[in-house]
Design a protein around this ligand. Structure first.
Ligand SMILES: Cc1cc2nc3c(=O)[nH]c(=O)nc-3n(C[C@H](O)[C@H](O)[C@H](O)COP(=O)(O)OP(=O)(O)OC[C@H]3O[C@@H](n4cnc5c(N)ncnc54)[C@H](O)[C@@H]3O)c2cc1C
Length: 397
């Protein structure tokens, strides 16, 4: 048995690292346990809205992050079939003026590394790799964590489950239903910018909407790479496979060729230039419907463990960062019990994350629309333009 830490965090992804960092900054000591033995270059590009960047700036890691991140000048939305412009949202300085921080695009590993470096220089956290949470038991005073590898038992005042989509902590908080397969796949690739025609090298986010698919691209790693994502609705019954799976080149070529059949030549050419693809079968859960789904007793959930979402609002990591900030804010109430702090965290978060989950699902329908819905979407974009694409409720929150 090891000595009790005030807060145990399980999961060393963006959510877990952010929680340990934020708690440390308000003087709360944490022990963080991650199942992997090392952190590899996991994931691909992600975008973070000003709502997340403001929090990272407040934690003092915005400067380091900006060394590898890119600041897109605008979001351009085009029709995947004929390339027609549907809408343009100015970002960069306009976002800084409006929301106090920019929208940044980056490689997930760079964000992870910034959080990890910051955490290592903060003496408030003990980071332990190669520890896979197996079970949790309670005593009146503490939570007991049992790990798979070496029978370690750890006691803590509270346990934060930041252990992702297939969380071990989640069933103890709010039941055990499985994640839902959306039937959508994300194919992700990184392309060296120097090999691309100049038309693709612009500091902007490009989004292309087509029937049952959309494509997103933006620069990452200081503009040296283009992150390219093709999101398609599966037709081959492979809807419930694993999370990050390698598809053979032949499978990928067939998937993309079929899905992009009606896309314009330029877009097809861009997709054909990607050297290597990885495929994600997209899973989520129904939107959170009460605070009880985020915390119970001495346990709380954050990030994908609490509210996994489709990436159609680009906010999964952003919401995990917001969760972490809110959690730290509640631990500043020293007069409250541990249970009350976690309850207040859940009360403060559940409606916002539920709205983001709902909007992400709705975007999936709008982005992939066909028939009358597509006509209505395109007309609304033509009339509403930038105003429709901006989201003060999200970026200003
Ligand atoms: C295609 C795609 C595009 C995306 N784009 C964006 C975007 O643009 N912007 C954005 O904000 N988000 C985006 N996301 C979502 C974002 O990547 C996730 O929401 C975010 O990474 C979740 O972080 P997390 O820390 O909650 O979970 P995870 O990253 O899943 O981390 C969980 C951690 O817990 C560990 N773990 C699991 N079980 C155990 C256990 N039993 N014991 C110990 N450790 C354990 C895992 O090894 C892992 O390190 C995207 C997702 C996808 C799939």
């Amino acid at each position: 048995m090891t000595f009790p830490a005030p807060v145990a965090v399980v999961g060393g992804g963006i959510g877990g690292l952010a929680a340990a960092l934020a708690l440390g900054q308000v003087g709360v000591h944490t022990s963080l346990y991650e199942q992997s033995a090392t952190f590899e270059e996991v994931g691909a590009g992600i975008g973070l809205g000003p709502n997340a960047i403001r929090r990272l700036d407040a934690w003092g890691i915005g400067k380091a992050l900006r060394e590898s991140a890119c600041m897109p000048q605008r979001l351009l939305v085009q029709h995947a079939g004929d390339g027609r412009l549907l809408g343009c949202l100015p970002m960069a300085d306009a976002f800084v003026a409006r929301y106090g921080a920019p929208y940044l695009t980056m490689h997930r590993a760079d964000l992870h590394d910034c959080l990890w470096q910051a955490l290592q220089s903060q003496t408030s956290a003990v980071l332990t790799l190669n520890h896979r949470l197996h079970a949790v038991t309670h005593t009146a005073q503490s939570v007991e964590l049992h790990f798979e590898n070496n029978q370690t038992v750890v006691h803590a005042q509270a346990l934060l489950g930041a252990d992702g989509l297939h969380s071990r902590v989640r069933p103890l908080v709010c039941g055990d239903e499985a994640p839902v397969a959306s039937g959508h796949w994300a194919y992700r690739a990184l392309l060296p910018m120097q090999d691309l025609p100049v038309v693709w090298r612009k500091p902007q986010i490009g989004m292309w909407l087509g029937p049952a698919l959309h494509v997103v691209h933006y620069p990452v790693k200081g503009g040296e790479w283009l992150n390219l994502v093709v999101l398609v609705e599966a037709t081959d019954g492979a809807a419930s496979a694993g999370w990050d799976v390698a598809r053979t080149p032949a499978q990928t070529a067939a998937d993309l060729q079929r899905a992009m059949n009606t896309c314009c030549r330029g877009l097809k050419e861009l997709v054909s230039m990607a050297p290597l693809w990885r495929a994600w079968c997209l899973l989520d859960r129904p939107p959170v419907d009460s605070a009880a789904q985020l915390a119970r007793g001495k346990l709380a959930l954050l990030g994908d463990a609490a509210h996994p979402m489709l990436p159609y609002l680009a906010q999964g990591a952003g919401m995990a960062i917001e969760d972490a900030a809110q959690m730290a804010a509640q631990w500043q109430h020293a007069h409250l019990s541990v249970e009350d702090r976690l309850q207040r965290y859940a009360q403060a978060r559940w409606q916002r994350v539920a709205k983001v989950q709902q909007r992400a699902r709705r975007n999936g329908k709008l982005f992939h629309a066909q028939g009358w819905l597509r006509v209505a979407r395109d007309t609304a974009m033509a009339l509403g333009g930038a105003k429709l694409m901006d989201m003060p409720w999200l970026y200003g929150g």
